[in-house]
Structure formats: C-alpha cells, structure tokens
Design a protein around this ligand. Structure first.
Ligand SMILES: O=C[C@H](O)COP(=O)(O)O
Length: 247
C-alpha cells in the first residue's frame, strides 16, 4: 500500500489530565515508528494539553457541530476545535448516531464543516448485529456511507466499525472485513472517481495487539480506529508496531 497506515485512538469519554502521560509514551513510540501515522482523539478537555505535550502524533476531536457558531448550547464548532489544537475530527461514530440520534445528513454536514477549516475527517459507518445476521450488512453499510459522504474527499478517511464488535472482544471474520472494505471502496470510487482510491478505510471494533496484524493485513484496510486498547501505551503501541511491520 502506498499510503502510511493510519492508527487512531478514540478515547471516547475517558481520560483526565493524568492520562496525558500515556499519550506522551504513545507519542515517543510513534516517533520511533515513522512508517505509521498515529493519532489520538481525546476528550475535548485534553486536546490543547495533548497537542502541546505530544508532538509526533495527530490530535483530534470526537465530534463537531455542523455550524460555524450560534445558539447551540454545549456544542463546539469545527473552527473552535481547530483553534484548540485538533487537526481532525471523528464524525458519525455509532455511539453518537445512537445516543444523539445523528442522521446521515448531519454526519455529512459535520464532515463538510471540518473540511471547511482544513481538518481531517474520520467518517464512521457500521452495521448492527441484527443487520449482520440478516445478511444485509454490506448493503446497509454501503447505503449509510453513500448518504454520509461529504461532497469532496479532502482529508477524508472512513472507519468501518461493526457495532456488535465495539467493546465486545468480538471481531468479524477477516473474509467479512475484506468483503466490506471492498464494497466501501466501490462506494468511494463511485463518488470521488480516482480520488476515492486514496481514501483510507480503517477497521474498528475490538482491535488489540493480538489481532492487529491479521486485521491490518486485509486488503483495503488502511489502518485502525481503536477504542479501549488505545487508552494506554501498553495497549496501543503493539497495534502501532503491528502496522509498522506490514509490507
Ligand atoms: O472508535 C472506536 C471504536 O468504537 C472501537 O472501540 P473498541 O476498540 O473499544 O472496540
């Protein structure tokens, strides 16, 4: 693969200031493995401090509002997050789609808001267990992606995260990951023509040091979006190392 693997930690609603020492340890390891692009999306409260103390990794946000400013109590805009030190934003994570009823249209608008201030975007899609069991997973996720994509591929990555694999220790068969990523690649090239071939498609859902090598070796897997295992250097660095060992 011509691009570097992209290994991203999503800390979700975890991490007080004491956790910055883990980010610094991850940063030091990442600087020794320059073949891999490494990033962390901590809670917003840690973005500025992490940006200052960890210089070799990307620092991002886990969500943004689609508007630039306005009467949206408690929300944060992409320009605000950028000014705070975020250089990318995760949009459409299944936890936000479920907890905050985010629609594909809103996810698309958030992605475009981030692109408007030159932030990277990681756009998440994935099927429920019922959708997987019914044999509809590829169809459902392809439709979800097509409806969520921003108008341009500028600084865009996609993360395929089967909802039933998040935080459960369960991962799909590698053949299912391969089939889904192939399908999502087709959606991307339909939308963006040749630029769609360069959009990295990450896999997420119970990625650990022990399974990273196998998952990252799958065709069209360009990296990983990691939750629980990204919270400590002991959990995250082996995943970065597995990416560094891929051809
Ligand atoms: O954004 C990350 C994913 O939801 C995966 O979380 P997990 O690695 O804890 O399963």
């Amino acid at each position: 693969m011509s691009q570097r693997y992209y290994i991203v930690g999503n800390w979700k609603m975890n991490g007080m200031r004491a956790a910055l020492s883990e980010a610094r340890a991850i940063d030091r390891a990442a600087q020794r493995l320059p073949k891999v692009e490494v990033a962390i999306a901590p809670p917003v409260t840690l973005i500025a401090a992490m940006r200052e103390s960890s210089t070799g990794i990307g620092v991002g946000a886990q969500n943004c509002h689609h508007a630039e400013k306005g009467a949206h109590t408690g929300d944060l805009s992409a320009p605000m997050l950028r000014e705070a030190g975020a250089d990318f934003v995760i949009v459409g994570h299944s936890e936000r789609r479920a907890d905050h009823h985010e629609t594909n249209e809103q996810v698309k608008a958030k992605a475009e808001a981030a692109q408007a201030v030159d932030m990277g975007v990681i756009l998440c899609v994935g099927e429920s267990e019922a959708e997987r069991d019914s044999g509809e997973a590829e169809e459902v996720v392809a439709r979800q992606l097509a409806a969520s994509l921003p108008e341009t591929a500028q600084r865009l990555s996609v993360a395929y995260e089967p909802i039933w694999a998040i935080g459960t220790g369960r991962v799909p068969q590698v053949s299912d990951v391969a089939a889904m990523h192939k399908r999502l690649r087709a959606v991307l090239t339909d939308k963006y023509a040749e630029e769609g071939a360069d959009v990295r498609i990450l896999y997420g859902g119970s990625v650990k040091g022990e399974n990273a090598e196998e998952l990252l070796a799958v065709a069209e897997v360009g990296g990983a979006l990691v939750g629980g295992a990204s919270l400590t250097a002991d959990g995250f660095v082996p995943i970065i190392a597995a990416a560094a060992e891929q051809d």
